[in-house]
Design a protein around this ligand. Structure first.
Ligand code: HEC
Length: 163
């Protein structure tokens, strides 16, 4: 087993337990956790109506709902953090997370559309991004991956206490 895969087992086990809304839908979630079978509700992001993608309106809710509780500086220390533009634009061993203008070359997009059986499929547990969310992420990167600096561009982890 390659060393990277070896490391991933405890991380994923931890995350699967933390995201117990996915693993054990019948047990009540702890206070503060979203209730029900899917904390990543299917209807929580708006459909893609075409037109220019707006980061705050279209992309931020997807990252908030499906990514940020793992991809922040505390949970995945040293990995891609989606907390702000500054922390999200980095490189993985296989390439840049986000290549403005080129979704196919962006590791973030590759991972979002990877088949669920692939080890890089994101998120690794729980509900996969919906078709319109993949389309939005594709269009957003294609249009240049605009991500405002400052408060409107910041995304906070919501479900996992940071301390
Ligand atoms: C349940 C936790 C979890 C969720 C939710 C999650 N990821 Fe990840 N993600 C991981 C882990 C763990 C890795 C590291 C995998 C490895 O060992 O290579 C990773 C790796 C990545 C990478 C490669 C960059 C890096 O830092 O290694 C990208 C890009 C990525 N995820 C994007 C996303 C996106 C986009 C979403 C939301 C659609 C998402 N992830 C949701 C856990 C998660």
């Amino acid at each position: 087993m390659p060393p990277r895969a070896f490391f991933k087992i405890p991380i994923l086990a931890f995350l699967a337990v933390t995201f117990n809304g996915c693993a054990q839908p019948e047990s009540p979630p702890p206070a503060g956790m979203p209730s029900g079978k899917s904390p990543l509700a299917a209807t929580a992001t708006s459909p893609y109506a075409g037109g220019k993608v707006n980061f705050v309106r279209d992309i931020k809710p997807i990252f908030e709902l499906r990514c940020i509780n793992c991809h922040n500086r505390k949970v995945l220390h040293g990995r891609m953090s989606l907390e702000s533009r500054e922390t999200a634009f980095g490189n993985s061993p296989t390439g840049a997370f986000i290549v403005p203008g080129n979704p196919e070359a962006s590791v973030l997009f590759q991972n979002v559309v990877a088949h669920k059986t692939r080890e890089n499929a994101m998120p690794p547990v729980g509900v996969r991004p919906l078709k319109h969310e993949k389309d939005l992420i594709y269009a957003w990167i294609k249009e240049g991956a605009d991500w405002p600096a400052g408060k409107s561009g910041r995304i906070k982890p919501t479900q996992i206490p940071l301390e």
